[in-house]
Design a protein around this ligand. Sequence first.
Ligand code: AMP
Ligand code: GLY
Length: 420
Amino acid sequence: MLKAMVVGGGAREHTLVWKLLKSSRISEVCVAPGNAGTAQVAQNLDIAPTDLDALSRAAKESKVDLVVIGPEAPLAAGIVDVLQSLDIPAFGPTKEAALIESSKVFAKKLMHTYGIPCARDAVFTSLNEAQDYVRRQQPPLVVKADGLAAGKGAIVAQSTGEALKALSDIMEQRIFGDAGNQVLIEEYLVGQETSIIAFTDGKTVVPMAPARDYKRAFDGDLGPNTGGMGAYSPPHFFDQSLSDTVTRTILEPTVKAMAQEGKPYKGILYAGLMLTSEGPKVLEFNARFGDPETQVQLPLLKSDLVEVMLAVIDSTLDQVKIEWSEEACVGVVMASGGYPGSYKTGYPVTGLDEVAPDIVVFHAGTKAEDGVMLTAGGRVLTVTATGATVGEARERVYENITAIHFKDYHYRKDIAADGA
Ligand code: AMP
Ligand code: GLY
């Protein structure tokens, strides 16, 4: 039997813990730092996801057989390299391979070199040169900081003025710090936005069940961008032929390119895409599972996640059959009042034991204090249901979510409405 460690503390990581515990190969799971939900099923460790020394020490001392990394920051910091040097199997790309997410300039150069479809762009380190370039282009333009910026590093500028302001914010005001040492200015792509998330062992690429996420805070895709307010799987517009096209024209060439660059890529490859009139083009890559996509994808995975992850690490993914349920899954995020702006925490969460047995609630910003469950973050819970159709799953979620309460909560009422 194996012992697993999950790094991270959101609903994505709670879902990973939940799915790992369903494996017949797993005896126990620890999670760093986890949340009040993971504490009910696993051992929480009070270690920050970016404290590589403490994480690797804990993994070694507890004789962990598999470490699964949720967020991008530890991957970009090189956690997989550190664990590999200690002979601890780790699921995720190395620091060099994670550059595909942690440096947008690296990712774009790779795509241009290997003919992977993406937006045209120019790269600048000088503010003056970037400003001159912007004045010569026709807006809209997209201005992007090179490095990690918590998903906020891309600014869509509708006018030249907005693009100049974005440059000043990133390069002069340095709102993203060193992540803005280089900027990319991209052509604006038009089309339907979607993403594809795949397992890869550096040779074989196997896409997960497709999912759609909702980034805006309010119904009708209004309001500010968030970390994600809900998701569902499968979206009707993502059929097998689109999945095959993206795998053939984007995912497989990218994995091959990384190998040729001496940065073999293993783990999850997440491609954010624009479906343009010229075909799918890459907006960005992520080196990790999606949040909240994971919360609706893993409940549909019929195969043993541990077998899949070990095959990724051993480069034997071609020998594993990954099976997905024919059902649908819908997940709705309950957030603190004010999120994604400022919000208060410490409110009791009630009603979790009143939802039906088929409803799975994944925790994010929760903590337990003296036996009371309290809110502890912006996104608090993802409430999920699986059903025969998207419509059925959606109905189950919304029937049950009303049982759960905490002060000032908000959630979107239209998650999966377009898929039902
Ligand atoms: P990114 O962090 O690169 O995925 O960008 C964040 C968001 O900005 C995307 O989800 C898109 O909505 C938008 N975006 C990024 N790049 C482009 C582009 N070249 N054209 C149009 N929209 C874009
Ligand atoms: N749901 C978007 C992301 O995980 O990046």
